[in-house]
Design a protein around this ligand. Structure first.
Ligand code: PRX
Length: 662
């Protein structure tokens, strides 16, 4: 293995190994841990649960109960996330910054919340929720930007055992309404607005109609941008008004490890987003362990995750992970390109950030428009860099490693999902190896495999997770156990979790396992700029336009965003393609799903390739967009349409498309 002081050294074939310095500092550096943990996985997790978390009752019926495909961890144990993130640090870290908030406007002062401040604010907010009638087990929907009150509100829900259901602000009011409806949530927490690219994005005034439709009882509004929103008497309250006068003390609920901690809606393979259920105890243990080991997170570290709270990464690593360990998390309100493309580098230098966690799409954007800008800043406090949400291509990896990490920092390419609650798979900082474009191996003691469609192990195929699992895995889909079984536990039976991703077992090894490269989704999900979207949701929105008869949505490769939604649209008789119609379609998608799903390309076509039973063969559409071989076109009942489609999309692939009409 190579070692040159603090610089990482590349071995043959572009593999990087940790330096001695990193190995010494890291919490784990001996690959034996993978084997040891597997010898007694339940013991391993029990030990971590006791070591990393504070429990009110540290005693459980069984460490794990497994009734495939349902499982429980640490049931009978009592704990609370808010207690673990706040109260337990109060004694010795009262004046230490817990959250450092960087507003987008550069002339606005940074806000720092110490653990003492957080303790006070979270208790007050919890009492506000109680006054508004929120009880344990109620779903509280958030449509909140990256401001400190969002963190406070989430911790307040945890404190009283209410479930937050946080919706990303780039989803539309209609998307919020659907999620409130599904969760049976009658309270929304939002803000008047927030700053993005120098402008105020209004929230409250945009959500009024959706609140009426869903029949919400209460709406709590944080004043962030002085946007002076319309307020409905009796239903809408400014936080400032209701907070005034509430008691400052609220004891955390002693929740069972198996109580629900929160819901998070995510796209599935059918139209309706699924409410993924996470537990209190298991989630907490997994968040704690992965935060510590994957990011080599020590309690004096300053962690900067750019992930918005509306996504699982925002939950586990922008919010909970750093606080569980009594560290400091940096929250940034706005966009990386405001007021210029140096904003993140400036934030890292000014705040002496130690770990930086972001998505490849953002890095590609920064490379494209400002690849040398990190050189202007002192980024030497950084120790670990993270990547998440989509595969990181080797060029982007190399730039991140050299320009941002100065050749000193490992890049943890963390593979996981909303459903897994925390990181599942990566190379660890003290162990490596790090191979650009290759994610790594599961955290001990989790098992993965790659299977073909018959369930046989192969080198390239479906990524599955096998026993022993981690305690942070989802506990189900809210109000829909069938969906849970069907989506994850049916392809290979009820003992093997199907991730929906395709992967490759590479030749590299650590701890007796081969490192995994993630190829991408095998189902109808898109990863647009690292954001997960269902094609079915977008199709439903397009279908609402009167002129549209049918539509098929697939991902089109994009050099910055990874992929963008491309629409193959068939119009009803008499409707004509036009720019106006394209605008109408875009409007409908933005309204029903949100700006995050804005179509990248709209093709008006006569027909799509279909199977005998009338199902659109998306594989052909994707190959046309990616200029790839299409394979045997006669598997479609109407192969003749492919020629027309090839012309429309400007196909330049290797395969000749015959004219089946002749
Ligand atoms: O396709 C995989 C991709 O993101 C999907 C999960 O999306 P979501 O639930 O929104 O969670 C994203 C953040 C954890 C996965 O099924 N994905 C996530 N991380 C990676 C990735 N693809 C490749 N490499 C990764 N590191």
């Amino acid at each position: 293995m190579s070692d040159e002081g603090t610089k990482w050294v590349k071995e043959k074939d572009g593999i990087y190994w940790p330096t001695e310095k990193m190995k010494e500092k890291a919490f784990v550096s001996d690959p034996e841990i993978y084997k040891e943990a597997k010898e007694n996985p339940k013991k391993f997790w029990e030990q971590k649960a006791k070591e990393l978390i504070d429990w009110f009752v540290e005693d459980w019926d069984e460490i794990q109960k497994w009734d495939p495909p349902f499982f429980k961890w640490f049931e009978g144990g009592k704990t609370n996330l808010s207690y673990n993130c706040v109260d337990r640090h109060i004694e010795d870290k009262k004046n230490k910054p817990a959250i450092v908030w960087e507003p987008e406007p550069v002339d606005e002062e940074q806000r720092i919340l110490t653990y003492g401040d957080l303790h006070e604010e979270v208790q007050k907010f919890a009492n506000v929720l109680k006054e508004l009638g929120v009880e344990k087990g109620d779903a509280v929907t958030f449509w909140m930007p990256m401001i400190p009150e969002t963190a406070i509100a989430a911790l307040a829900c945890q404190r009283i055992g209410a479930w937050h259901s946080i919706v990303y602000t780039a989803f539309s009011p209609e998307a919020v309404r659907k999620r409130m409806d599904d969760a049976g949530s009658d309270i929304l927490i939002t803000a008047d607005g927030f700053y993005r690219r120098g402008k105020v994005v209004e929230l409250k005034d945009n959500i009024n109609e959706a609140l009426d439709k869903v029949g919400a009882d209460k709406c709590l509004v944080v004043n962030r941008a002085d946007a002076d929103p319309e307020m409905v008497d009796g239903r809408d309250h400014f936080l400032e008004d209701v907070k005034d006068g509430v008691e400052a003390s609220c004891e955390p609920e002693e929740l069972d490890a198996e109580d629900i901690g929160f819901l998070l809606y995510t796209s599935g393979t059918t139209g309706k987003p699924k409410g993924v259920k996470h537990s209190v105890g298991g989630y907490l243990v997994q968040a704690a362990l992965t935060m510590k080991w994957v990011f080599d997170f020590h309690e004096d570290d300053m962690f900067f995750s750019t992930a918005d709270i509306g996504w699982i990464t925002g939950h586990t690593y922008t919010l909970y992970g750093p606080l569980i360990h009594g560290g400091t998390t940096l929250w940034y309100e706005g966009s990386p390109d405001h007021p210029n493309l140096e904003r993140w580098w400036e934030i890292i230098e000014e705040n002496e950030v130690n770990q930086f966690y972001t998505a490849p799409t953002a890095l590609r954007m920064l490379i494209k428009h400002g690849k040398d800008l990190p050189d202007k800043y002192d980024l030497s406090t950084l120790r670990v860099l993270g990547s998440v949400g989509e595969p990181i291509d080797p060029e982007t990896w190399q730039w991140y490693f050299e320009k941002v990490g100065g050749g000193r920092c490992p890049i943890v390419d963390t593979y996981w999902q909303t459903e897994t609650g925390g990181i599942l798979l990566t190379s660890l900082p003290g162990m490596g190896p790090f191979v650009p474009g290759v994610a790594g191996v599961p955290l001990p003691p989790v098992n993965y495999d790659i299977l073909d469609k018959d369930g046989e192990p192969v080198d390239k195929g479906a990524v599955v997770i096998k026993k022993p699992f981690s305690p942070g895995m989802l506990r189900g889909v809210y109000k829909n156990p069938d969906k849970y079984k069907e989506e994850y536990w049916s392809r290979y039976g009820d003992r093997i979790y199907f991730s929906g991703d395709e992967g490759i077992k590479t030749e590299y090894e650590v701890g007796g396992q081969r490192l995994l490269k993630i190829v991408g989704r095998m189902d109808d999900l898109l990863e647009v700029a690292g954001h997960r979207l269902g094609t079915a949701e977008i199709e439903d929105a397009v279908q609402m336009v009167d002129e549209v008869a049918e539509v098929a949505v697939v991902g089109k490769p994009h050099d910055v965003k990874g992929e963008v939604p491309a629409l193959f649209t068939i119009l009803v008789d008499g409707a004509e393609p036009s720019e106006e119609l394209k605008k109408k379609i875009v409007k409908s998608v933005r309204q029903e799903v949100g700006p995050v799903a804005t179509p990248g390309e709209i093709f008006f076509v006569e027909e799509c390739p279909e199977t005998e039973s009338g199902k659109v063969i998306r594989r052909f559409l994707r190959s046309l967009l990616e200029d790839e071989e299409l394979g045997d076109m006669r598997t479609a009942k109407n192969p003749d349409c492919l020629r027309d489609l090839a012309e429309k999309v400007g196909y330049e692939g290797p395969q000749d498309i015959p004219d089946y009409n002749c």
